[in-house]
Each structure stands twice: as structure tokens, then as C-alpha cells.
Design a protein around this ligand. Structure first.
Ligand code: ZN
Length: 683
């Protein structure tokens, strides 16, 4: 007996893939062991397991219950989805040719299975049969809500269509997912393909010292002398705002605004095809357009409501924008896009004697994190502790745990702060494991912030601090969600509600009581001076009209592409249409090679299609919600507890409107956003 067991173990070890860390979900996650060659075997293993579970689900003869119809259904693809979320994440932050190749093989397989599962009429029949039982009719609270959400998902999936139309839906979803992957890869490759080398320091007049040092370090890392600039935000942004060298700004600007718009990284045909397929999909599913499909269950409800919302904001913002534009054009009459940030910065400097670089020494990353963790301890009574010696996917990635006051573990999360060529641009939060009934969650936040200088210190801009708070706000939404059902926990809320917890956090970065806890000068140890804080807040809304127009431009382009736009001569190609549309929102001339749709990953490679408006929509909510903190002294445990109880802990257990009203005691005040941004006429 003993011998046999050993033999069995040995033969298992000899099987290919036995040491594959993706076959089983183990915590802490084995990031350091996952290799590209594990991806496809692991996905095949989980697909096989999911298919076996699907067949077992359908073979059931017992009468339907919550456990055998809802819980068992959700279990079918759970391991597959969890594993694939790790792979997708790695492909976004540690992309390599080998990993990308494996991902591109695995992704269509996963997508096909999940799309087919969502459209499986036999599974739906059992769920529907359950919904008609007395047990289901008697459900209350989150369980009742989840049944409603599940039936809505089925209705919207196309499961009731004819077999031929269901096959068509599957085909469309499959191709859309492929286009999305290709779009993201083109954007990353195209961005990485650009580097600008400057030999002579004299050509860098105006550029702040940290930006020069970073450019020199970047050149050195490539084995070249001089200064190297890229399109990664920490490299690009200071050049656009500070470099006196218009030719340098122009080169980088032209490269940035035309990312992925020419072969070999050309997203234009992908955009055309994506829009076409989304139109077909919406039609097949019975919606007038893709925006109506996307917004149906969100707070906005219809594409038209989104258009009205954005149009109204545009009208209210325009007078402020026109006034700012007139001032700007006095300095930059040529209306070049590469002049906008530069002269805006100059005007801000003149008016407030304040530039964004001045704050950098006060926002060293470690201290900023300590301050942020202290804030959430005061607001919610939670403790964030760094975890040492857990595997991470890159040496600079950190891991943390979050505990409640009572010592209960709430979540683990990873934080990946700095840009790499193998990493997507932007900032995001992701959920890797959503717990239920108090089981801890696992999530992550990703930024592309200013990397550490030669002294090993990452000195951030205020904007980067704000982004850090934003992503951490999403993370809290996961960490503090406490419902009994994992699929309703965390950020699974209506898309136009999901930015409330994140944007709410940004407000705290403008509060003196918060900043004074951590903003001290990195070299002198001097606390952020009152005078500098005053300048920073005075300058806060400088250019608010223009920056709001910038966001409205993206929101409007997104919603119109998914409502009005038709592929005919009137509208032109999506890239021409995009160029012409954004002109209305820009003080600068849009150049012929700019391609606003080519590097719009939110809507073509992320989940924001017909959803970009959500930022503005949720800004109304967060500006309004923050007034409650403000009127209770900002760092208020009482209001924090209420926000946690009414919003953060709830996930999607009730409709978004209800959650908001529970917290505020009333409906949202649409004026809150304009007031906070200083976009109201002063009497
Ligand atoms: Zn966000």
C-alpha cells in the first residue's frame, strides 16, 4: 500500500503540468512561479473541469433550489475565471513576446466558453425554473437582488434568440474580444516604439531638474548618452508643460496624438470593425444602438440620457472654456496642441506664482502611502500593513493586507507603482478574488507614476497622488464589501456608480488636515507651508473649463460613436469623425494626423464603451457626497462609518440610486460638480 502511494505520487510528479502553479488557486498567489508555458495547459485544464461541471449541472434531476441552480451554476466557470484573471493581469503588467503568444492562444478559448455559457439555453431553463419556485419567490435582500440581476443578464445575453441568432451573438462576441486584445497590443507597441533622444542639455531649457535626471537615467538604461524621452506619462507630461523647446514639444505631441494610427500598429481598421460589430450585436439583441444596450441597467438608462447629460454640462462649461481659450490664445495664437499645456502652465505660474512641480518634494511615495493609510484608519477604522516576503510579479511591486479594528482580515492587495515597457499605460484597480460572507478579498492597484530618482525616492506630482487615492478608493470598495454573495460584492455595481468610491477619495488630497499628516519636504523635513497650500488650492480650478471640456470631449466622442455614428459619407471614417468632433472641445487646432479613436483604450480595449461619461456622472455623486464629509470636519469617523455602511460594504446588493440616497438622505444634487469645479457664475 505504502509503496503504491509513492509510485502514484511519483507518476503524478512526472506528468507535464503537475508543477503548474496555475492549476490550483493558492494563496499567497505564486507570482514568481508563473511562466508563459503554464498558461495554455492551465486554461485547458480549467476548461475541461468547467465543461465537466456544466454537464453535471445539466444532469441534475433534483428539483431546483438556490444551491443546485444558482450556486452550482456560478461554480461552473469559477476556477477558469479566477485563473484567467491572473493571466490577463500578468499580460497587462509583465507582457513579453512569449506570454503574449500564450495569452493570444488561451484568450479565444476562454472567451468562447464563457460566451457560450452565458447563452446556454439549458442552464437558463433551470435558473428560470428555480425562479418560479416558492423558495425563489420568498427570497429577500441580496439573494433576491442577485436572482433579479442573473435573470437580467440572461435576458440581455440573447439566450432567448433562435439557435442561429445565438450562434451569431457568439461569433460577434468572439471577434470583439479578439479586436480588443489586438487594439491594446497595438497601443502598447506603438507607444514603446517612440523614443526621443536629446544630446545637448541646452535643448532642455525650462525642464525641471527631476525630469532631466529621469531622462538622463532613461538614456543610460538603454546604454546611450544624453537624454531620452518617451510617451510614458512621467516622461511626456513635464516636457509638454515646461520645455521651452517648442520643437521638442511638437515632436512628442505629434507622436502622442497619433499613437497606433499608422502601420505596423494601426488601430483604425480595428475601430471601424469594432463599431460595426457592436452595432450588429445591439440590433440582434433588440436595442436601437450599442449605447442603449450598455446603459440599460445603469443609472443613466439610455444613450439619449447620456447625450443630454453631457450636452447640458458642455453648455454650462462652454462660457468658462471660451474665456480661458481667449486668454490662452493671446499667448499661443498659432493654436498648436503642443503649446496648450505649456502656456497654461505659464499663465498659472504668472497668476498664482505656482507650478505643479513645486509640490513634488512634499509627496514622497512612502510618506504619501503612510498618510493615505492613516486617513482610512481614521475614516473607517481599518489597518493597512505591508506584507514582506510574499511573491510579487516585479521586484518593485508591494503587497499589503487590510485588517479591521477587531483584527479580522479584510483583504490583501498588491501595488505596482511605476512604468515599464512591458506594462500598459494608465492606472487601474483589479479584483483577483472576491470573497463573500466575510472571507478576505484579493485585489491590486496599478499606477504609472514618477519612478524613484537616483536617491531611490519617488517624488510624485499632486496629480499622481490624486490618482493613487483614486485607485485605492476602488480597492476599498472591494476590501470593505461585506455581503453574503461574491458576485454582488466589490466593484460589480452599475458602471456609472463605480467611480464614486474612487473619486470621493481624490477630494481628500485637497484637504489641509489630510496633507499636514504626511506632506513634509523630502530634504528639509519642513511641513507643507500654508502659503504653498493656499497657492495650490487657489490654482486648483485654474483652467477648469478647459479640462472639463477635455473630459467632455472624450465622453461625447464615445457616446456618439455608439449612438449616432454611421459608417457612411456623412460621418466619414471613425478617425476623421473623431478629429472633427473633438475640435469643438479644444482650444488648439486638431492636426490632420491626430487620431482620437486610435489610443482610446477605455472604450476599445477596456470596459468603458458607451461608458466614458461615467467619470463625469460619478463626479456629480462624489462632489455631492463629499459635502457630507466636509460639513462634519472632513476626517469624520461618523460619516466614514456611514459611507462604509451605505456604500462601500454594499457592493451591488441594492440599486445604485438606493445606495446613494441611503447615504445622502436625498437624490444627487446636479449642481455639486459645477460648484466644486468653480464653474458657476459668481454673483
Ligand atoms: Zn476609476
Amino acid at each position: 500500500m505504502k509503496l503504491m502511494r509513492t509510485t502514484l505520487l511519483l507518476s503524478l510528479l512526472a506528468l507535464p503540468g503537475f508543477s503548474n502553479p496555475l492549476l490550483q488557486y493558492t494563496v499567497p498567489l505564486p507570482w514568481d512561479q508563473i511562466k508563459p508555458e503554464h498558461v495554455v495547459p492551465a486554461v485547458q485544464h480549467h476548461l475541461k473541469q468547467a465543461e465537466a461541471r456544466r454537464l453535471a449541472f445539466l444532469a441534475q434531476t433534483d428539483s431546483p433550489t438556490w444551491a443546485n441552480s444558482i450556486v452550482a451554476r456560478d461554480l461552473i466557470a469559477e476556477d477558469l475565471q479566477r485563473t484567467f484573471s491572473l493571466i490577463t493581469h500578468l499580460n497587462g503588467v509583465n507582457s513579453s513576446p512569449a506570454l503574449r503568444k500564450e495569452f493570444n492562444v488561451a484568450q479565444p478559448l476562454v472567451n468562447r466558453f464563457l460566451s457560450a455559457l452565458a447563452l446556454d439555453p439549458a442552464i437558463y431553463a433551470r435558473v428560470k425554473a428555480y425562479a418560479a419556485t416558492p423558495e425563489a419567490i420568498a427570497l429577500t435582500g441580496p439573494h433576491q437582488r442577485y436572482l433579479v440581476v442573473t435573470l437580467d443578464d440572461y435576458r440581455r445575453s440573447g439566450v432567448s434568440l433562435s439557435p442561429a441568432d445565438r450562434a451569431k451573438v457568439l461569433e460577434l462576441r468572439q471577434e470583439l474580444s479578439k479586436l480588443q486584445t489586438q487594439y491594446a497590443q497595438n497601443s502598447l507597441d506603438s507607444l514603446n516604439a517612440v523614443e526621443l533622444l536629446v544630446a545637448d542639455e541646452a535643448d532642455l531649457a525650462g525642464l525641471p531638474l527631476p525630469a532631466k535626471q529621469a531622462a538622463a537615467a532613461s538614456a543610460k538604461s538603454k546604454g546611450i548618452s544624453g537624454y531620452r524621452f518617451t510617451l510614458q506619462a512621467p516622461s511626456y507630461t513635464p516636457v509638454m508643460a515646461y520645455s521651452e523647446n517648442a520643437a521638442l514639444r511638437e515632436k512628442l505631441y505629434r507622436a502622442q496624438t497619433s499613437i497606433a494610427s499608422r502601420p505596423p500598429y494601426d488601430n483604425r481598421p480595428l475601430v471601424t470593425r469594432t463599431l460595426e460589430l457592436r452595432r450588429q450585436l445591439a440590433k440582434l439583441l433588440g436595442y436601437a444602438n450599442f449605447a442603449d444596450y450598455q446603459t440599460e441597467l445603469r443609472m443613466a438608462k439610455t444613450g439619449q440620457n447620456v447625450k443630454d447629460f453631457l450636452g447640458d454640462l458642455e453648455a454650462k462649461t462652454r462660457p468658462f472654456f471660451e474665456a480661458e481659450k481667449a486668454t490662452l490664445l493671446k499667448s499661443a495664437p498659432d493654436r498648436h496642441g503642443w503649446d496648450t499645456a505649456f502656456y497654461t502652465q505659464k499663465l498659472r505660474q504668472e497668476k498664482f506664482q505656482f507650478g505643479s512641480e513645486e509640490l513634488r518634494p512634499y509627496f514622497e511615495l512612502d510618506r504619501t502611502l503612510t498618510g493615505m493609510f492613516a486617513l482610512v484608519k481614521q475614516l473607517y477604522g481599518i489597518r493597512v500593513t505591508e506584507l514582506k516576503n510574499v511573491p510579487v510579479w516585479h521586484p518593485l511591486v508591494r503587497a499589503y493586507c487590510i485588517d479591521d479594528e477587531s483584527g479580522t482580515a479584510l483583504a490583501t492587495f498588491y501595488a505596482d507603482f511605476f512604468p515599464r515597457e512591458s506594462k500598459r499605460s494608465g492606472a487601474w484597480m483589479n479584483q483577483l478574488l472576491v470573497g463573500e460572507n466575510g472571507a478576505p478579498h484579493i485585489g491590486l492597484i496599478v499606477l504609472n507614476a514618477t519612478p524613484p530618482n537616483a536617491a531611490g525616492k519617488a517624488l510624485l506630482l499632486h496629480r499622481e497622488v490624486s490618482t493613487l487615492y483614486h485607485e485605492f478608493g476602488h480597492l476599498l470598495h472591494l476590501a470593505l464589501s461585506a455581503g453574503p454573495l461574491r458576485r454582488l460584492n466589490g466593484t460589480s455595481v452599475a458602471w456609472d456608480f463605480v467611480e464614486l468610491p474612487s473619486q470621493l477619495m481624490e477630494n481628500f488630497t485637497w484637504e489641509k488636515d489630510v496633507l499636514k499628516t504626511f506632506a513634509v519636504h523630502d530634504e528639509t523635513g519642513e511641513p507643507l507651508p500654508d502659503a504653498l497650500f493656499k497657492k495650490m488650492t487657489d490654482a486648483r480650478n485654474f483652467g477648469a473649463g478647459s479640462s472639463q471640456m477635455g473630459q467632455l470631449s472624450r465622453g461625447t466622442l464615445d457616446i456618439l460613436l455608439h449612438t449616432d455614428y454611421q459608417p457612411n459619407a456623412d460621418y466619414g471614417t471613425p478617425d476623421a469623425y473623431g478629429r472633427q468632433l473633438v475640435q469643438r472641445f479644444s482650444a488648439a487646432k486638431i492636426e490632420p494626423e491626430e487620431c482620437p479613436v486610435c489610443n482610446f483604450s477605455h472604450i476599445f480595449a477596456g470596459g468603458y464603451a458607451a461608458g466614458y461619461y461615467s467619470y463625469k456622472w460619478a463626479e456629480v455623486l462624489d462632489a455631492d457626497a463629499f459635502t457630507k464629509f466636509k460639513s462634519s470636519g472632513v476626517i469624520s469617523r461618523e460619516i466614514g462609518d456611514r459611507f462604509r455602511r451605505d456604500v462601500l460594504s454594499q457592493g451591488n446588493s441594492q440599486p445604485a440610486e438606493t445606495l446613494f440616497e441611503n447615504f445622502m438622505g436625498r437624490k444627487p444634487d446636479p449642481g455639486a460638480l459645477l460648484r466644486r469645479n468653480g464653474l458657476v457664475k459668481k454673483n
